[in-house]
Design a binder for this molecule. Structure first.
Ligand SMILES: [Ca+2]
Ligand SMILES: [Ca+2]
Ligand SMILES: [Ca+2]
Length: 325
């Protein structure tokens, strides 16, 4: 009587999986995986991973049968990790075989956790700079600033008509002069490295009555209200009224400049942000790696914001070298 070898006969179960690598990118956190018994008899197995949750980690498959599994990046990985991370999914089915699937989670660096949202396009994710569009907010709070598509014919507080003919991402946010909006836009953004970050905004703030927002980092929504000076700050652009030290374009600024997109350092007159955003000796926002929130709150109606940029470089001048290059 011939000896039967349990693991190498034609009728033995044989594990097959549909992927060797799974990449999670562009804010998509789930993927499907097929596990199949390509051999004979019944196969039992299980799936384990430290980076993804598995819809049905145990499976029993008769000959030729398959098992569709949904794998979802664990919330703790999404919330706490920075930059791309890698991990594994292990599929084991005893003598039928085993497989290791490589997992890459692209966490990105911006509010939407994608390279695209950070202006990175197809390029590598930077650990020293992030970009996010003002129109890519995560939440509207109260009577929030509006989103506009250029061209926009606007009028400033002095009655001067001007035209905003373009914008990064073909959109921007703000308030028309005379609007009664008071709310805020909330952004979630991801910082790749802990340390000092220098924040800029590409904005239009025409005369001194139309050239500021309030802002706050990591504040509660309920605190994002005007004149809440203990928690939020005033972001002056080219403030010709003398209430701030921000004169990046000169005082007074050259004609026309105030009616076109210009980069302004994040600044503060007082409030909790330490310093006033001096251009010569800027005060950084000290941020830990990971997720943060930024509230842009209406202050003076008639101000517009196109895009935000943050860099680890203290000396970087966004008006000399365009971050959107
Ligand atoms: Ca002002
Ligand atoms: Ca105004
Ligand atoms: Ca924009």
């Amino acid at each position: 009587m011939p000896m039967v070898l349990a693991s190498c006969g034609e009728d033995d179960p044989e594990l097959w999986v549909s992927a060797r690598t799974i990449e999670f990118r562009n804010g998509l956190w789930s993927a499907q995986l097929v596990v199949m018994n390509q051999g004979g008899r019944t196969m039992e197995g299980r799936i384990d991973s430290t980076v993804v949750e598995i819809s049905a980690p145990r499976f029993t498959l008769v000959a030729g049968d398959d098992h569709v599994v949904t794998v979802t990046v664990k919330p703790a990985v999404r919330e706490n990790a920075t930059g791309d991370i890698t991990g594994e999914i292990l599929v084991s089915a005893g003598n039928a075989g085993h497989a290791t699937i490589r997992v890459i989670v692209g966490l990105g660096l911006g509010p939407d956790d994608t390279d695209e949202a950070n202006g990175g396009g197809d390029g590598p994710v930077s650990t020293t700079e992030i970009v996010w569009e003002a129109e890519d907010y995560d939440e509207l709070i109260g009577d929030a600033p509006e989103t506009f598509d250029p061209p926009l014919n606007a009028t400033d507080a002095g009655g001067v008509a001007f035209r905003i003919s373009d914008a990064s991402g073909d959109a921007f946010v703000g308030t028309g002069d005379g609007s009664a909006l008071t709310g805020s836009l909330k952004y979630e953004f991801r910082v790749p490295t802990t340390g000092d970050w220098y924040v800029w905004g590409r904005a239009i703030g025409p005369p001194s009555a139309d050239n500021s927002f309030f802002w706050g980092i990591d504040i509660d929504d309920a605190d994002a209200v005007a004149d809440n000076a203990a928690v939020i700050n005033i972001w002056d652009f080219n403030e010709a009224a003398g209430a701030s030290v921000n004169f990046p374009l000169g005082n007074p600024a050259p004609p026309g400049v105030l009616h076109s997109w210009t980069w302004y350092r994040l600044s503060s007159r007082a409030g909790p942000f330490p310093g006033v955003g001096s251009y010569a000796d800027p005060t950084p926002a000290q941020l830990s790696a990971g997720k943060h929130t930024f509230h842009l709150i209406v202050r003076e109606d008639g101000a517009y914001m196109d895009v935000f940029y943050a860099t680890r470089s203290k000396t970087y001048d966004a008006n000399a070298t365009d971050p959107l290059r």
